[in-house]
Every structure is written in C-alpha cells, then in structure tokens.
Design a protein around this ligand. Sequence first.
Ligand code: GLU
Length: 277
Amino acid sequence: MHPPVTRFAPSPTGLLHLGHAFSALVGWSRARRSGGSFLLRIEDIDRTRSRPEFETALIEDLAWLGLDWDGEIRRQSDHFAEYDAALERLEAAGLLYPCFCTRKDIASAGAAPQGPDGPLYPGTCRHLDPDQAAALRNAGRPFALRLDMARARALVGDLFFEDETEGRIAATPELLGDVVLARKDIPASYHLCVTLDDAWQGVTLVTRGMDLLPATHIHRLLQALLELPVPAYAHHRLLTDGTGTRLAKRDNATSLRALREMGRSPADVRRLAGFQD
Ligand code: GLU
C-alpha cells in the first residue's frame, strides 16, 4: 500500500469549530503516520458566502493546532475555467440539461420523492423542448445545469467505492436525482469541483464527515463519467454538542478562535474533539 495522499477541504464561510478540527486531524494524522501527504484546499466557489478573512483565520487556526500541509494551498476559485471544461465534456455527451426552475417552482411542483438531502428535483426541465430551452437561454433567463441521472446511470453500469468503516458500497447516485452541477451565481457545484480536485491533486484517501456519505455516491458517478481515478474513503463520525446536535459554523461557542481566546491549548482542543491518534 502506498502512503496515502489526504486532504482537508474547508469552505471559508465561517470560523472553524471543533468538528473541523477533528476532521482536519483525521486527514493529517493518516498522512503523517505513514509518510503520506496532507493537502489543504480552500473550497471557495460560493463567492457570496466565502470571505478572505475566514480563509486567513482558518489557516491560522490550523497552524495553531499544530497541523502542517504539503505544497501550495489550492483555491477552487482559481480554477473555474477547468471546471467549465469538465462541464462542457458532460454537456457534449448529452448528460446535462438547463433547468430554469426557481425554488418556488420546484416546491410547488407537487409530491417529489425524498432524497437524503430533501425532496428530489421533479424533472420538469428535463422534458423541455431543446428549441424552447435555447430560446430561454438566449433571452438571458438564469438557469442551472442538471445532470440527467437516468442517462448518466445507463452509461456507466454498476459502480462501487470502498469506505474504511462500511466496506464496499454499491453507488446509488440515483437516490439524489438530477443534481445541479452549475448555477448562474456559482458556475460549478461542490460535487463537480470536489471530485475533479481530488483527482487532479492525486488524493488517494478522502477523509471527511459521515454527513457527506450520500454525496460520495454522486462523486463516484462523476469519476466514472469523467474517467477519473477512484480514491478510498474514510467517512468519520460527526461531533455533536451536549444535546446531541451536530456542530455547525454558526455555533461560535465551539469555534477554535473562541476556545483559544478562552485559554484552551491545542492539546485541549484535540481532547475536546475526542481525537486520539
Ligand atoms: N468543503 C466541504 C465543507 O466544508 C468539505 C468537502 C469535502 O471534504 O469533501 O463542508
């Protein structure tokens, strides 16, 4: 087994909290324990929510925690042209369609089946006449690009990925429906960018929270469609507060900043995060 290439990929939309510290420590220790590499990637495609001050803060917080990373930090916002090329490839293969629905349209479309992240897209724009879609596009109507899941699925056959705790998992991306791969305001989606970057950066072990396990099914499909290597996965447990609620960025009480200001040391933070190496 080659030493793993792992990564931590935060979005600079708030301060890092204990849950992030745990996630970063998992990736970092897996690399450092076995002579692998640990990469830091800033997932800042959402230009309205990402803030340079959060990026500065997260870099400082990780360093304070005692983490170091290999090579340059990759910033997703520097790579929109590359993500776009991948979208064009999917579009040329007939796997994307423009969707002009607003949130309200989707909500009022009636009973859509539920996916792990909420109701699935009911497929309204999948049936749009191509001329009509082109006319709406030319008229400047905002649209998202959705993956035609049925077509994509038919193209690739059965897919699997390995998770360290769950073992071999059969990918069922269809449970998430026709996911959005690009929007007017965010021209490449999380699913697309994370899959491409993990491949382009040579990541061989993706360590991230259990909450992203449903997303991995989509990523496995994109890997097949775009002929990308398939990393191994280690989806880890999520940290919760005293009441069992998952930690979120808006709970500033557990931000690494706040803990540090309260006089906690990096060793205290590791302990509070329940991190044992
Ligand atoms: N950027 C994502 C987040 O902050 C994590 C992506 C990943 O680890 O795949 O939640």
